[in-house]
Design a protein. Structure first.
Length: 147
């Protein structure tokens, strides 16, 4: 499943980049995340959390690794999440561009591959739930950065 979008944030590229590449900061906006543990600063972290798709709710252990960091304009990461009988692999990238009046335009993509129990039981709900969680995430990010 490919997800993509554009978000306008009233802050500098540097501020947006710093927040979105800080596991502790960004973790506070990730729906369902219970804890964040930095494994290698600036490179790898672990996020524990859960996701619900209809009546199916699974706890995931996620490992996130930054593949490319080009402050303050681009970042690419991969995430591998595992739960009993299921896994999620995601590659995501963000591109930041300076806009008018000190704003930043962020274009992002996420290629998500889901396999196992969660894919077979909740396939029809994944698209709408992904969009809802993404909207919640970016609303929180904007609020935290723009305050």
């Amino acid at each position: 499943m490919l997800l993509e979008g554009t978000v306008q944030i009233k802050a500098s590229q540097e501020k947006v980049f710093a927040m979105l590449t800080d596991p502790q900061e960004v973790g506070q906006c990730m729906p369902g995340v219970d804890s964040i543990e930095v494994i290698t600063p600036g490179q790898k972290f672990r996020a524990l959390g859960s996701v619900g798709l209809g009546s199916v709710k699974l706890k995931f252990n996620n490992e996130v690794e930054w593949l490319e960091l080009e402050p303050p304009r681009r970042a690419k990461m991969k995430m591998r999440g595992t739960a009993p009988g299921s896994s999620i692999d995601t590659t995501s990238e963000m591109f930041l561009t300076a806009g008018a009046d000190g704003t930043t335009e962020m274009k992002w993509t996420a290629n998500v591959v889901v396999v196992g129990t969660i894919a077979s039981l909740a396939a029809r709900l994944m698209g709408s739930v992904s969009k809802k969680l993404t909207a919640e995430f970016f609303a929180c990010v904007k609020k935290r950065i723009e305050r």
